[in-house]
Design a protein around this ligand. Structure first.
Ligand code: KDG
Ligand code: MG
Length: 405
C-alpha cells in the first residue's frame, strides 16, 4: 500500500534567530521535516508554503520525491527565485526525511551510501584587530577545527561584513523592524585585507585550511587584484568576490589569479551555477539544501560539478536550520566531489529545539545513523520562541549610495 501525506504545517520559531520549518505527516504515521528559512524574509516563505503549496501536498505519495519536485517547480509557472526555491527545498527535505524513516535508514544510505568516513568542516573566526583575530583562530583550532574562515575589521570603517567590533561571534541579522545601515569602502578593505590574511597564514603555519569571504562587493578588476595579492596566504578559497549577477566577471578574475574561488550561496538552481561550472570559472560550488531545491536538486548540481572537477562546499551559516544542515551532511557523506561543509554553529537553544543525530567532533561532521535526516523538532519548546522581526543589514558607500551588503 502506498502511503499518503495527510497533513502539512509550517512552524515558525525563533530559538536565538528565526527558522521556518515544514512538517509533513503521513497516513502511516510518519513525520518529515524540511527547512525553508530565508534570512530576513522568513514570513514570505511561510506564506508561500501555507497558502500555495501545503494544500497541494495532501494526498500525494511521499515516496514520489522527484515527481513532487517537478510538480512544484514546473507547476508554479513563476519558477526559480529564492522564495519559491526555499519552499520547494523544504518539501523535498521533508519527503526525503519520510523516505528514510519508511526505510529505517539514514538518508545518506538512500543516496548511495558513505564515500568517506567523515566530512571536513570549517568555521568562522573574526575580530576587529589582528592580535584578537589570531587568538580567535587559535581558539577555533583548539575546538578541533582544521579549516577556519578569517575576517577582520578595516581601519577607517565603523562596520565590516563578518565582524562585530566587540564580539568574536558574528551573527549578521539583527532583531528590529528595519535593517541596520552599515558603511562600506572597498578601497580601504583592499588596502588592509591582504596583510591580515598573510599574517594569519604566517601565524598558523602551512597546514590549516584558511578561507575568506569578500561577500559580493568587488568589481572584476578589484577581485582579480585581491586574488593575486592573497596568493602568499595560500587560501583554501576566496568566497563571493563579485556579485552573483555578473558571472562574466569571474573570467577576468580567473585570468589573473590561482587563488581558488568559491561562489553560490545565493544561487537557487542549476541554471544559476551551470556556466560557472562548465566554464570552470570556480573551484567550489556553495549552494545550500535550504535554498537550491533540497537534496534532489543539489544532487544534480553536484553531479554536474563533478564532471568539471568543481567541488561541493555548501553554505552552512546559522540562518539555515539544523534540519537542512543535517541534509547537507548526509549529502557530504555520500557525494564523492564534496569538499567541505561550513559550520558556523548554532545558538544552544536551536540545538534544543532541533535535536539532531548529526555531530561535530575533531574538525569533522557526521550525519549519524538515525533514520531519515535525523533531525526532529521539539514543537512545545519551539512554541516558546515566537517569530521576531529581523533583518540583514544594508550597506552604503562613504558618499551615501546604496551598495552590495
Ligand atoms: O543570511 C546571510 C548569511 O547567511 C551570509 O551572510 C553568510 O556569507 C555568509 C557565509 O558565507 O556564511
Ligand atoms: Mg558567504
Amino acid at each position: 500500500m502506498t502511503d499518503r501525506i495527510i497533513g502539512a504545517e509550517v512552524i515558525v520559531t525563533s530559538p536565538g534567530r528565526n527558522y521556518v520549518t515544514l512538517k509533513l505527516q503521513t497516513a502511516d504515521g510518519l513525520v518529515g521535516y524540511g527547512d525553508a528559512t530565508v534570512n530576513g524574509r522568513e514570513l514570505a516563505v511561510a506564506s508561500y508554503l501555507r497558502d500555495h503549496i501545503n494544500p497541494l501536498l495532501v494526498g500525494i505519495d511521499p515516496a514520489q520525491i522527484e515527481d513532487t519536485w517537478q510538480y512544484l517547480y514546473r507547476g508554479a509557472y513563476w519558477r526559480r527565485g529564492p522564495i519559491t526555491m526555499a519552499a520547494i527545498s523544504a518539501v523535498d527535505l521533508a519527503v526525503w526525511d519520510i523516505k528514510g524513516k519508511a526505510a529505517g535508514m539514514p538518508v545518506y544510505q538512500l543516496l548511495g551510501g558513505a564515500v568517506r568516513d567523515r566530512i571536513l568542516a570549517y568555521t568562522h573566526a573574526s575580530a576587529w584587530e589582528l592580535p584578537e583575530l589570531l587568538d580567535t583562530v587559535d581558539a577555533r583550532r583548539q575546538d578541533g577545527f582544521r579549516a577556519v574562515r578569517a575576517q577582520s575589521g578595516v581601519p577607517g570603517l565603523e562596520t565590516v561584513y563578518g565582524v562585530h567590533r566587540d564580539a568574536h561571534d558574528y551573527e549578521p541579522a539583527s532583531r528590529g523592524t528595519a535593517p541596520v545601515v552599515e558603511s562600506w569602502d572597498t578601497d580601504a578593505y583592499l588596502r588592509h585585507a591582504p596583510s591580515v590574511l598573510t599574517a594569519v597564514r604566517e601565524h598558523v603555519g602551512p597546514e590549516l585550511a584558511l578561507l575568506h569571504d569578500a561577500h559580493h562587493r568587488l568589481t572584476p578588476q578589484q577581485a582579480a587584484r585581491l586574488g593575486k595579492e592573497l596568493e602568499p596566504a595560500d587560501l583554501f578559497w576566496l568566497e563571493d568576490v563579485t556579485p552573483a549577477e555578473n558571472q562574466d566577471a569571474l573570467r577576468l578574475v580567473r585570468q589573473h589569479t590561482t587563488t581558488p574561488l568559491a561562489i553560490g550561496e545565493v544561487f537557487n538552481t542549476i541554471y544559476d551555477c551551470k556556466d560557472l561550472i562548465t566554464e570552470q570559472l570556480i573551484d567550489f560550488i556553495r549552494v545550500a539544501a535550504a535554498h537550491a531545491g533540497g537534496i534532489s536538486h543539489l544532487r544534480k548540481i553536484f553531479a554536474l560539478a563533478d564532471v568539471y572537477q568543481v567541488r561541493a562546499a555548501p553554505h552552512g551559516p546559522s540562518d539555515v536550520s539544523p534540519v537542512s544542515f543535517g541534509a547537507s551532511v548526509h549529502l557530504g557523506l555520500s557525494t564523492h566531489n564534496f569538499a567541505i561543509q561550513e559550520y558556523m554553529g548554532y545558538d544552544p537553544l536551536a540545538h534544543e529545539v532541533f535535536p539532531h543525530s548529526w555531530s561535530f567532533s575533531d574538525g569533522y561532521l557526521h550525519p549519524g545513523e538515525a533514520p531519515g535526516l535525523g533531525v526532529e523538532v521539539d514543537e512545545q519548546l519551539a512554541a516558546k520562541f515566537p517569530y521576531e522581526p529581523a533583518y540583514l543589514p544594508v550597506a552604503r558607500t562613504l558618499d551615501g549610495a546604496m551598495t552590495d551588503w
